[in-house]
Design a protein around this ligand. Structure first.
Ligand code: SAM
Length: 381
């Protein structure tokens, strides 16, 4: 009986397509639209020890949230593989560039050129089909979803064994081993395709867009930011733990912490407005005072969680976080840093260096999907 690979080669792809020359795959990063230059600067800084610097002409359009690195040497690739960048949402590595003639042809070409990697593996696999996260691409979303649909239909019809190992996005556990096929469509006639084994640097949601569900009871949309940060933690705030929420008004974060069952101290000069407090499992104390100088009183135990979303310059927030860590006033932290207008990458490096210098159990710094001109630092002391 012919193997799936032979079947793919002989019967599946029209001869003229199977003879097209393969381009050298590139390395595609997805970030928040508008942050392409920042991400590229972060990558260049991260690769400064590589033998050759990354070329700067890697952004096609500076508003799509895509940074495509081409002509990388093995040394640069190896460094990229092991580095997690703060401003990256998702990565496609290696990413191949594919012109689209018709949906059927491109689906066949994708299966022929890329799925032989998945075929011999015993691992389950998933498929992320997405476009840049900008409004003008809404119409393209349907088109890339159609490619996904045709690919899945073709696999079901012809390669049942491979198809049966398919699992929809985000249904596999973050620590499960699996493979990820990604299609990122950046023009009606062009798509980037990548298939790779899942690494911690590949986000489980298509395009790295982990959209959290808003709770209409929450007094602010900032609620989404803490939900996303907590969803990425090995252990989110939980029942009976103490949490201080600095810059709490109007109360989105406090609302989340109360829902988790925490005993919350909400600190803000503004008003914290929590609806239906008696229906939430946690308990609340409000302190209308300055969050920059707030501290546990002498003899009080430290907090389980420092949560901070204060509108302060990043250098002040950093000083505050380091003070809380050094004085052991908290066990865990979730802290938002508003980005400086100039040189955000320099600030990120200073932040990471300060956290590296402390003996933390773990920490992460990331521009999350629900972050705008800001980043989130989480960690455990
Ligand atoms: C982005 S809002 C916080 C939103 C909040 N996390 C929520 O979920 O509703 C920033 C807050 O920081 C507060 N803030 C800024 N400087 C502060 C300070 N020195 N002390 C206390 N609060 C401060 C502001 O009053 C404002 O309510």
């Amino acid at each position: 009986m012919p193997s799936i690979m032979e079947n793919l080669k002989k019967n599946f792809l029209p001869a003229e397509l199977s003879q097209t020359k393969k381009a050298i795959p590139s390395f595609l990063f997805v970030c928040r639209p508008g942050f392409e230059k920042t991400l590229l600067r972060e990558i260049q800084s991260g690769l400064q020890n590589a033998r050759t610097p990354v070329k700067p002409q890697s952004i096609n359009r500076a508003d799509l949230g895509l940074v495509c690195l081409t002509e990388l040497d093995p040394d640069q690739r190896a460094l990229l593989e092991k580095t997690d960048f703060v401003f990256e949402r998702q990565r496609l590595a290696p990413a191949s560039s594919l012109e689209i003639e018709s949906l059927k042809t491109v689906a066949r070409k994708i299966i022929h050129d890329h799925f032989p990697i998945i075929d011999p593996s015993p691992l389950p696999w998933t498929l992320h089909a997405f476009t840049p996260d900008v409004d003008e691409f809404k119409s393209l979303r349907k088109r890339v979803k159609n490619i996904e649909k045709v690919v899945l239909e073709q696999l079901k019809k012809r390669f049942g064994k491979m198809y049966r190992r398919y699992a929809p996005p985000a249904t596999l556990g973050p620590d499960d081993p699996f493979m990820v096929a990604q299609f990122c469509m950046d023009r009606a006639d062009h798509v980037y395709v990548s298939i790779a084994t899942k690494t911690p640097r590949i986000h489980p949601y298509p395009g790295g867009e982990q959209r959290m569900k808003f709770d209409p009871e929450s007094p602010s949309r900032s609620y989404l930011k803490i939900c996303e940060a907590a969803a990425r933690l090995p252990r989110p705030p939980s029942d009976g733990e103490t949490a201080v929420d600095l810059g709490a008004a109007p109360g989105g974060w406090t609302h989340y912490l109360l829902k988790q069952g925490c005993r919350v101290t909400a600190v803000d000069r503004g008003e914290v407005r929590i609806k239906n407090l008696d229906r939430l499992p946690g308990s609340l104390t409000v302190q209308q005072t300055d969050g920059m100088t707030f501290a546990p009183q002498n003899g009080e135990p430290s907090f389980d969680w420092l949560c901070c979303d204060m509108l302060r310059p990043p250098s002040q927030t950093l000083e505050l976080l380091l003070n809380w860590i050094d004085k052991k006033w908290t066990r865990n932290f979730i802290v938002i840093f508003k980005l400086p207008q100039n040189n955000p990458v320099d600030f990120v490096e200073e932040l990471k260096a300060s956290l590296d210098a402390r003996d933390l159990e773990f920490y992460s710094v990331k521009q999350l999907y629900h972050n705008r001109e800001e980043i989130t630092a989480c960690g455990r002391v």
